[in-house]
Design a protein around this ligand. Structure first.
Ligand SMILES: Nc1ncnc2c1ncn2[C@@H]1O[C@H](COP(=O)(O)OP(=O)(O)OP(=O)(O)O)[C@@H](O)[C@H]1O
Ligand SMILES: [Mg+2]
Length: 349
């Protein structure tokens, strides 16, 4: 699902503008099988983006420009994501009708689910059971504040990109998950992206993204915990969070933040169970820089009593030689789940 159509290029450039890092991925769709041809990552100046909101568009645009140059990307079109509280994703039911007639009905229905002025909203939807015969059909509704999209588009224009495609962050994660874990598509799964400032909790049922919630937890909070409670200097704390060792200093913050994220997952699960009884979450896949915090997955698994794994966006995706040049694949892979999902978008048939 995309808010705008997609161009003719065989390659798709995905751009994930996070509050800690900007990630870029290029996927070639030319040969039938998608192939990852390039990955690049750059830092964002502290506080240029806070909780998803772009505070300093000039700084961020420069960083994006630099990243495109360093990755050798000439293409002017990219796929970016929006998310957070100004984006609503909801499965609704409407009377069965053809797609063309459905727009007005879905728009009308959307008013009761969208907590902001419908006039200022960009809407998209997808019929989930187009071949169904029941009187009603399931529709996945997506509504995003137009202002949010416009801010993103302005920023990208400043970085020299034109007519980008705007996707929803939860969908991008889901796309990457679908391609890399084809045998995990049945039942209910939680896809959790633990970033620098925000953790997105997404619940997917039988291949349909059902629900998305954001928690204000990320590696930044972990780092601050270590600084405040353990007296570690910022750099040492950051280094420990990106390591592989479960050190004694990490224990208490991993436990308490792990519980916090797990509670977010439990709430989502409880919410789902009110609408569908077989909605028990079977497994959790974590991505984002926070997924790498040593011991965090285990702490969550202990509380949730279900398996928690680190998601790998190149588990089943073909990768071109040299795509990861200069980067350590194992270290950065979990951070690339969303951007790979964005670059997996291809031309609408
Ligand atoms: N190899 C790595 N290189 C850089 N940072 C890493 C690495 N591994 C883990 N990290 C941690 O991951 C964080 C960035 O994670 P991620 O890219 O998922 O966040 P983000 O998308 O920028 O943030 P948000 O989604 O909250 O806006 C860094 O702040 C750092 O703490
Ligand atoms: Mg992120």
């Amino acid at each position: 699902m995309a808010f705008l159509g997609i161009g003719r290029q065989k390659k798709t450039v995905g751009l994930d503008i996070g509050s800690g890092l900007i990630k870029l991925a290029v996927i070639d769709h030319g040969s039938g099988r998608p192939t990852l041809t390039k990955v690049a990552i750059t830092n964002v100046l502290a506080d240029a983006i806070v909780e998803g909101e772009i505070m300093d568009p000039g700084v961020v645009a420069e960083a994006v420009k630099g990243l495109l140059v360093s990755a050798g990307v000439k293409q002017k079109r990219a796929v970016v994501a929006v998310g957070g509280r100004d984006v609503i994703v909801k499965k609704i039911q409407v009377d069965r009708m053809n797609q063309a007639d459905a727009y007005d009905v879905v728009r009308w229905e959307a008013q009761q689910y969208v907590p902001f002025d419908i006039e200022g909203v960009e809407l998209d939807f997808q019929v989930l059971d187009p071949d169904g015969t029941g009187l009603q059909m399931d529709v996945l509704l997506v509504a995003a504040k137009r202002e949010l999209i416009e801010t993103k588009l302005n920023l990208l224009a400043e970085a020299g990109l034109d007519s980008p495609i705007v996707d929803v962050d939860a969908f991008a994660l889901h796309n990457a998950f679908e391609l890399n874990y084809p045998s995990e598509q049945e039942g209910v799964t939680a896809l959790i992206n633990i970033g620098h400032e925000v953790t997105n909790v997404n619940v997917v049922q039988d291949g349909v993204p059902l629900l998305t919630r954001d928690l204000s937890i990320g590696t930044r909070k972990f780092r601050e915990d270590l600084q405040r409670e353990r007296g570690l200097p910022a750099e040492e704390a950051a280094h420990m969070l990106q390591g592989y060792e479960r050190t004694p200093e990490l224990e208490s913050c991993v436990q308490s933040r792990g519980d916090e994220i797990a509670v977010g997952v439990e709430r989502a699960a409880a919410f789902l169970q009110t609408s569908s009884r077989d909605a028990k979450i079977r497994r959790v896949f974590c991505s984002g820089g926070g997924a790498r915090v040593p011991g965090l997955g285990d702490a969550m698994a202990e509380r949730l009593r279900i398996p928690v794994e680190i998601a790998n966006p190149v588990q089943a995706l073909d990768v071109h030689d040299g795509a990861f040049e200069g980067l350590n694949v194992d270290e950065v892979a979990p951070l690339l789940m969303q951007v790979v999902g964005l670059a997996l978008r291809r031309e609408r048939e």
